[in-house]
Write a protein that binds this ligand. Structure first.
Ligand code: UT7
Length: 331
């Protein structure tokens, strides 16, 4: 049998840098009350959300993704010709083909990168990070740019009491590259397609065209809440176990920002010490789907609440249903 050379790479990978972008339009809870029978008090108490940001004219998934990616690349100091792959995680790029990642790579001046989009909803950043880590360590790419960009406001049904207040737009990006020490723990990920009806796009292309109406996002909030507070709590614990980390070794916890009450339940289950810094960006940014975790990471690092080199647990979960989480070293 003819021997085929295998790709080989560095032993370890880490996140070298992070960047994020938020759109300009601030939407407070009060604004939404013209569309749904609710109250600022209910939304704040049941979710933690006080406001979120939505795109305005001139802003799009493309502009937000580019802004986040430019910041991440600049902070990494990695020349663009050393980025061999660009992954965009999104569920709100409304062209099935071509993927947006090649266009973003071109706009960023990254020559000849492998570039593709992935659809793993709110777990999308951790899915992309797992792929990037594998690509770097196997030698398939020297550096990987992982972007997560979402404009869920465009598919939000403003009259739906169950979702109208939840989502915000935004983007986050990281550059993943080789490292002397390990900065990305084993990914714990999976899916439960039997719950594909828990969060869904209300119609496919054929139906939308036939009816002449735009699809929206639907959600069985209670079912997702139950799954997140039971199964996802166990998955988060598994990510720590697989990385060989105990709660007292953790500095920062960045769970998907779906609901402050879900975060509280995860904290109780994981028994994290009081000293652990916990992301609560949902209060100002809402749920940014795939972009949530890198946006929260950047916010915590920029505010000084978290520091470079600290150990963080990240976990995302959402439509699919899908989930993914890792222990990481903060860039
Ligand atoms: O990123 C994807 C992952 N998504 C998630 O993780 C979302 C998980 N789910 C949730 O965060 C929560 O289920 C929601 C925030 C979406 C809803 O909160 P909830 O506590 O599960 O509300 P519920 O549907 O169980 O309804 C409780 C009560 C009901 O009233 P009664 O029957 O107790 O009198 C609802 O009619 O709250 C009422 N209600 C509202 N009241 C004011 C439901 N929606 C609203 C509303 N404003 N928007």
């Amino acid at each position: 049998m003819t021997e085929i050379k295998a790709s080989t790479g560095p032993r370890y990978a880490r996140i070298l840098s992070v960047g994020s972008a938020t759109p300009s339009r601030v939407i407070d809870n009060e604004y939404l009350l013209q569309f749904i029978d609710s109250s600022d008090e209910w939304i704040t108490q049941r979710t933690g959300i006080r406001e979120r940001r939505w795109i305005d004219e001139g802003e799009s998934i493309e502009t937000l993704s580019l802004e986040a990616a430019r910041t991440a690349i600049e902070r990494s100091g990695v020349p663009v010709d050393q980025i061999d792959a660009v992954i965009l995680s999104t569920i709100s790029h409304y062209h099935q083909t071509p993927a947006l990642a090649p266009k973003l790579a071109d706009a960023l001046g990254i020559p000849d990168a492998a570039a593709y989009d992935i659809s793993a909803a709110c777990a999308g950043f951790s899915y992309g990070l797992a792929q990037a880590e594998g690509m770097v360590r196997s030698g398939q790419a020297r550096h990987v740019l992982v972007i997560a960009g979402e404009t869920i406001s465009e598919i939000t049904d403003l009259t739906d009491r169950g979702t109208a207040f939840l989502f915000g737009d935004g983007a986050g990006a990281v550059v993943v590259g080789p490292s002397e020490t390990n900065g990305i723990g084993p990914v714990v990920w999976g899916s439960d397609g039997s719950q594909s009806g828990a969060i869904w796009q209300t119609k496919g292309w054929q139906e939308a065209v036939a009816e002449g109406t735009w699809p929206r996002l639907g959600m069985d909030g209670r079912a997702v809440f139950k799954w997140a507070t039971s199964f996802i709590a166990q998955a988060a614990k598994k990510a720590m176990d697989e990385a060989g980390i105990t709660p007292d070794q953790l500095d920062v916890f960045i769970p998907h920002q779906a609901n402050d009450r879900i975060t509280d339940t995860l904290l109780r289950y994981l028994k994290l010490p009081e000293s652990v810094v916990v992301a609560r960006t949902i209060r100002q940014l809402g749920n940014n789907s795939a972009a949530t975790i890198p946006m929260a990471m950047d916010a915590l690092l920029s505010s000084g609440e978290a520091k470079s080199g600290q150990t963080a647990l990240i976990i995302g979960f959402g439509a699919g249903l899908v989930y993914a989480g890792q222990v990481i070293t903060l860039p």
